[in-house]
Design a protein around this ligand. Structure first.
Ligand SMILES: [Zn+2]
Length: 178
């Protein structure tokens, strides 16, 4: 069985297929991390792409998890080892690039553990920098800062259904951009 998929497409559940090349697992679901042909075989879900492997470049779409937050920069971890990202597992995002306009604190846009869709802004010798300023970029899965309950990412101001805490996210608006 073959199927064309784009990054973020749900491929399988992890009980049935482990994530292989071009795929990653999050909360028991296996997703595509690169565009290409999805294949499920030998209990592995993978995505094949005939394009030549190349280094990550400005504008590439990436999915990553927020791992740490400092005053001016956040540390994010790529979800999977994309066929383009030769050696980098982590990337940075400056606070100036989380959204348009001024942002005082990262906590106004995302929290550690959130899952974000971003694009490569700069590739520098010491690291890759991401941006999620565009409307189609931002948080795609969010978890309560107090109790870790998953939040429905439908609007910017979110209230945890479990503990009632109000918080904010910069949500990725759904578009067809890839
Ligand atoms: Zn909560």
């Amino acid at each position: 069985m073959i199927d064309l998929s784009i990054p973020g497409d749900q491929l399988a559940i992890v009980e049935e297929f482990q994530p292989g090349f071009g795929a990653f697992e999050e909360e028991g679901i296996v997703y595509a991390s690169i565009p290409g042909t999805a294949k499920m075989e030998n209990a592995v879900a993978k995505v094949e792409n005939q394009k030549a492997v190349r280094a990550l470049a400005r504008g590439d779409l990436v999915y990553s998890i927020v791992r740490n937050v400092y005053d001016q920069v956040a540390l994010l971890e790529f979800q999977s080892v994309p066929y383009r990202a030769a050696t980098n597992t982590y990337a940075y995002m400056r606070i100036a690039h989380v959204q348009r306009g001024f942002t005082e604190h990262f906590r106004d846009v995302f929290r550690i553990g959130d899952f974000v869709r971003a694009r490569v802004h700069e590739v520098k010798p010491l690291g890759i920098y991401l941006t999620m300023a565009d409307a189609d970029l931002g948080v795609v899965r969010a978890f309560c800062a107090s109790c870790r309950h998953e939040l429905p990412v439908t609007k910017r101001d979110l209230t945890c259904k479990n503990c009632g805490r109000r918080q904010q996210r910069k949500i990725a608006l759904k578009t067809n951009s890839r």
